[in-house]
Write a protein that binds this ligand. Structure first.
Ligand code: ARG
Length: 463
């Protein structure tokens, strides 16, 4: 059978494999709400501009509403032979209202239609993700406030470096999520222009009002160049780049959770809700959710790579290649939403083993920098020299396998005779974190202030 939407000049219908490779309905049905909203706006504008009759526009609007509820309730029959969401909707419209349906496609093309639908769809997904990231930040900030005093080892090279607070560590992810939200918001602002009315590529001779449809669909303005309007997918790349960076941030945290919950480390415990057992080893508590968040990063970055490759080397304007913009994107954005949600749940339920954290925080001579700083401050020794002296003291302590605060003063004085008993005050992990009061530092009072600042900000957003 010929395609009734464009089959006029064709003697035969498509080969089965042509139909299969050409169909996008299996994934672009996701755009049905946007497709119907854009068609309603278009029909209303056509009537207002005197391009179609008012009663035809009314029939079209009613028919589209019926289709919306049919799809919503699952009674709509999607047909692969109709390729995509646009033609599935229009074909059903013809069944419902007859000839008037044929007037809807005046002064538009599927090229501006799909670009419009996809931008509208993306705009909504960004709203969802933005909200989920806010919930994630709240969970982190609440936990950070509860653990502003909880000392843990801070690492560089995954080697004990200096003690930090658990709250401070969690707040690092709040900051990352804030920038992620900023990237999504920027992408959303830039994509919020209407391609509708660009038609196939050159615009149209009909006296359409692109401002009117842009406004009806809450776009900031119509896109200024019809070729650009139908042919760029930079908004897809930009949003997927934001999603990929977010995924990478989540993935780093997920890996930390995996390390922290390993029995070899044991700094954090995940709740039963976010662990799974093994079918053979009864003792196991596996951090599967964290592992999957990490693993799913591949899908998100994969979708970004795919759209890069699809778009490179595509001449203006529309090319069918671009139909490949949707499947991976739809998957990637629902994946990132799920990952954010899973991380929020894990953060809410995770509990640090504070005793183990404290012990680990002091291990590995983690307060050596505090000793060096004390030498600089109290004895006015230049930092480089103090570093060297401290290194010798650490080596001495290591010889007898004692922590710095257990090394006898006399031993320290053998290396630097001016050291006094006061030095022991800075060698504890609590003193160490408490002293890190520089802006952005790990001191509990900084952490409390920052956590409260974030919680207040997030509360305001909800108002
Ligand atoms: N399904 C198509 C896509 O996603 C819609 C546009 C088709 N345009 C065309 N000229 N064949 O890109």
């Amino acid at each position: 059978m010929n395609n009734k939407m464009w089959g006029g000049r064709f003697a035969s219908g498509p080969d089965a494999i042509m139909e299969k490779i050409g169909a996008s309905i299996d994934f672009d049905w996701h755009l049905y709400r946007q497709d119907i909203a854009a068609s309603k706006a278009h029909a209303e504008m056509l009537a207002k501009a005197g391009i179609i009759a008012a009663d035809d526009a009314e029939k079209i609007a009613h028919g589209l509403d019926t289709i919306l509820s049919e799809i919503g309730s699952g009674t709509f029959e999607f047909k692969r032979s109709l390729e995509d969401i646009h033609m599935n909707v229009e074909s059903r419209l013809a069944e419902l209202i007859g000839a008037a349906a044929g007037r809807l496609h005046t002064a538009r093309s599927r090229n501006d239609q799909v670009a419009t639908d996809f931008r509208l769809w993306m705009r909504e997904r960004i709203d969802d993700i933005w909200g989920l990231l806010g919930d994630y930040q709240r969970a982190l900030a609440e936990k950070a406030l509860a653990h502003a005093n909880t000392v843990m080892p801070g690492f560089t090279h995954l080697q004990s470096a200096q003690p930090v607070t658990f709250g401070h560590h969690l707040l690092a992810y709040v900051e990352m999520a804030a920038r992620d939200r900023g990237r999504f918001a920027d992408a959303q602002t830039r994509l919020n222009e209407s391609p509708l009315g660009a038609a196939a590529l050159a615009g149209t001779s009909f006296p359409i009002d692109r401002d009117m449809t842009a406004e009806a669909l809450e776009f900031a303005r119509p896109m200024a160049n019809s070729l650009d309007a139908v042919s760029d997918r930079d908004f897809v790349m930009e949003t997927l780049a934001a999603a990929s960076i977010t995924a990478i941030h989540l993935s780093r945290f997920a890996e930390e959770i995996i390390i922290w919950t390993s029995p070899l480390v044991g700094l954090v415990k995940l709740s039963d809700k976010f662990t799974t057992g093994s079918s053979i080893m009864p003792q196991k508590r596996n951090p599967d959710a964290a592992e999957l968040v990490k693993g799913k990063t591949g899908r998100v970055i994969g979708a970004l790579n795919a759209i890069f490759v699809v778009m490179k080397g595509l001449p203006l304007a529309y090319g069918r290649d671009m139909q490949e913009d949707k499947e991976g994107t739809i998957d990637a954005l629902s994946t990132i939403a799920m990952c954010i949600d899973a991380m929020t749940g894990m953060v809410r339920d995770m509990e640090p083993d504070t005793a183990r954290m404290r012990k680990a925080a002091g291990a590995g001579y983690s307060t050596a920098t505090d000793l060096a700083d004390w030498l600089v401050l109290t004895l006015k020794i230049p930092f480089r020299e103090a570093h060297h002296v401290t290194g010798q003291i650490v080596a001495k302590a290591a010889e007898t396998d004692v922590p710095l605060h257990r090394l006898p003063l006399a031993e320290m004085q053998k290396i630097e005779q001016r050291i006094t008993n006061d030095v022991f005050e800075v060698l504890s992990v609590d003193r160490s974190v408490k002293s890190r009061v520089s802006y952005g530092g790990t001191a509990p009072k900084n952490v409390r202030a920052q956590a409260r600042k974030w919680l207040k900000k997030l509360d305001k957003e909800r108002e």
